[in-house]
Design a protein around this ligand. Structure first.
Ligand SMILES: NC(=O)c1ccc[n+]([C@@H]2O[C@H](COP(=O)([O-])OP(=O)(O)OC[C@H]3O[C@@H](n4cnc5c(N)ncnc54)[C@H](OP(=O)(O)O)[C@@H]3O)[C@@H](O)[C@H]2O)c1
Length: 189
């Protein structure tokens, strides 16, 4: 566990910070002494949260499926906060319901955000994380390992991302550590 002294001033980038698990994580990290960089598409929501959190928190409007917006976001983290020490890859979509051809476009949207989006953010921040001996945390889903009747659409992207994240933890992680977290489906806000 990180002590307050170890956390003080460290910079944590949290994707999908306006709601749910991302918002709760941002609040907890701010209380622990981290300086949060909140990333999402809804700029007004993360700006309001950054204003409330204080402690050097900044809001960065970006889409994890838009590489140019992420490159700009990484530049802001470096310029305004000195670089990322922690990355929480949390942004994503959770589709509920049956796996059918009617959801074809939604399945692709989910892969773009949950799987490729997390890879995109890791790519643009990896040098900063390595510089600071940083930590990488990836959100997946318990549905990847334990299929349930309500979550068949989430299984392919989360299964793929869990497998990849475990490999990344061993092979491409920053010096300090990397982990994945797999919440069970529940209401988060
Ligand atoms: N809650 C659960 O039961 C559960 C279970 C298993 C896994 N998970 C996973 O845990 C993560 C968080 O879940 P949650 O329940 O807290 O969800 P949530 O409240 O819907 O939050 C997800 C956040 O991701 C952001 N986001 C979505 N697409 C994005 C994109 N393309 N670019 C940037 N930000 C994006 C959204 O903000 P904007 O719309 O403003 O961009 C949203 O605030 C997700 O990856 C989800 O798949 C959740």
């Amino acid at each position: 566990m990180t002590t307050p002294d170890e956390a003080a001033g460290r910079v944590a980038v949290i994707t999908g910070a306006p709601s749910g698990i991302g918002e709760a994580t941002a609040r907890a990290l701010a209380v622990a002494g981290f300086r949060p960089a909140l990333l999402a598409r809804r700029g007004d929501r993360i700006q309001a949260l950054a204003d409330e959190l204080g402690n050097g928190a900044i809001a960065i409007q970006a889409d994890v499926t838009d590489y140019d917006s992420l490159t700009a976001a990484a530049g802001r983290v470096k310029a305004e906060l000195g670089g990322a020490d922690v990355l929480i890859n949390n942004a994503g979509i959770m589709l509920l319901g049956p796996f059918t051809s009617a959801s074809h476009a939604d399945h692709r949207r989910m892969i773009e955000a949950n799987l490729l989006g997390a890879m995109n953010v890791t790519e643009v921040l990896l040098d900063q994380l390595r510089d600071g001996g940083g930590d990488l945390v990836n959100l997946s889903s318990v549905a990847a390992a334990r299929p349930g009747p309500a979550t068949p659409s989430t299984q392919p992207p989360n299964g793929a991302s869990t497998a990849g994240q475990n490999r990344c933890a061993r092979n491409c992680s920053p010096t300090s550590g990397s982990s994945s977290s797999s919440p069970a489906p529940s209401r988060s806000n």
